[in-house]
Design a protein around this ligand. Structure first.
Ligand SMILES: [Zn+2]
Length: 80
């Protein structure tokens, strides 16, 4: 039984480590332009930048920034 627990423990540690793709607000801000560009290009940014997508889903601060950027970019595109 102890062996099994140890195995599971290692497995959990490993899966936690692989979640290191999580990004912070600074990285999110830095890549937000690219995310919006992908979206407007008809791509699926969640597929290309899953870490950013994940951050947006948990960080309301960055999400409102993302919405503001999206509105600004669309407004600029319509103004052309
Ligand atoms: Zn954030």
């Amino acid at each position: 039984m102890e062996h099994t627990n140890e195995f599971l423990h290692n497995l959990i540690q490993l899966s936690l480590r692989s979640k290191d793709t999580e990004i912070g607000c600074e990285e999110c801000e830095a890549e937000l332009d690219q995310y919006v560009d992908l979206l407007l290009a008809g791509e699926d940014p969640a597929q290309v930048m899953p870490a950013l997508e994940q951050h947006l889903s948990v960080c309301s601060c960055c999400h409102s920034e993302y919405e503001a950027l999206l509105v600004a970019v669309i407004a600029a595109a319509e103004g052309e």
